[in-house]
Ligand binder design. Structure first.
Ligand code: CDP
Length: 228
């Protein structure tokens, strides 16, 4: 068991993980750890340093230099690498397309395991990603697997992009989400998979407040049941 409670939230892109994790963490007073931001930061720093993303060894060598810190903010959460706020840089559509090099790399994934575990050493957290309940914390006290139909997930992502002033069609976004699903589900190392003991939540069935209530209630039940 992790020293402090860990709530693992896994699921595909656009499943509502980030919003759910952020609000659940706020409600419980836990730290929100967005592990996707780690893969994005590795990619960002590698590009900054002129590293060839296809050179797996060189990409993994960037991991010790990322120093990621999360800070809650009104519009979500700011991500820092060292002193630099890179929240915006790591979420561009271009970087999102490039992050798969880090995600499929066994060397990068291995190097990021202790980085992720260390967050839970410091205090209770809600950790979201693709392999938190299966690989990073197989003995997490609470595990959720969030999912929604591809169309619903693509619509969410498309609305976010439009709100951020980006131009994209819903069809393009749906195609890209489908490609990322395929890569996440089929990679050899730590593919996206529901842990056997994870609670599946179809986020298409809830509004945001309803979903957070639902997750908080299930968390309370699990923590009480597990004696944590
Ligand atoms: O927010 P969104 O779901 O679009 O992506 P993200 O959570 O920021 O993750 C970006 C990419 O990193 C995903 O497409 C995954 O390929 C990868 N990732 C991963 O492989 N394992 C994790 N624990 C988290 C993210």
């Amino acid at each position: 068991m992790p020293k402090h409670p860990v709530i693992a939230i896994d699921g595909p892109a656009g499943s509502g993980k980030s919003t759910a994790a952020r609000l659940l963490a706020r409600k419980l007073g836990y730290t929100h750890v967005d592990t996707g931001a780690l893969y994005r930061t590795v990619t960002w720093l590698a590009i900054e340093r002129g590293v060839d993303l296809a050179d797996e060894r060189a990409l993994a060598a960037v991991v010790p230099a990322i120093h990621v810190r999360f800070e809650p903010s009104a519009d979500g959460q700011r991500v820092f690498s060292g002193p630099r706020d890179i929240s915006r840089e790591i979420r561009t559509p271009e970087l999102t397309r490039q992050v798969r090099f880090a995600a499929v790399s066994p060397l990068v994934r291995k190097a990021l395991v202790p980085v992720q575990r260390e967050f839970a050493e410091r205090g209770p957290c809600v950790m979201e990603g693709r392999d938190i309940g299966t690989v990073i914390f197989p003995d997490a006290q609470v595990k959720f697997y969030l999912d929604a139909p591809l169309r619903v997930r693509a619509e969410r992502r498309w609305k976010e992009l439009v709100a951020a002033g980006k131009s994209a069609t819903l069809e393009e976004v749906e195609r890209e989400e489908a490609a990322r699903d395929e890569s996440d589900l089929k990679r050899a190392t730590a593919p996206l998979r529901k842990a056997d003991d994870a609670i599946v939540v179809d986020t298409g069935r809830f509004d945001i407040d309803g979903m957070v209530e639902h997750l908080a209630r299930l968390t309370g039940e699990r923590l009480k049941g597990g004696g944590a």
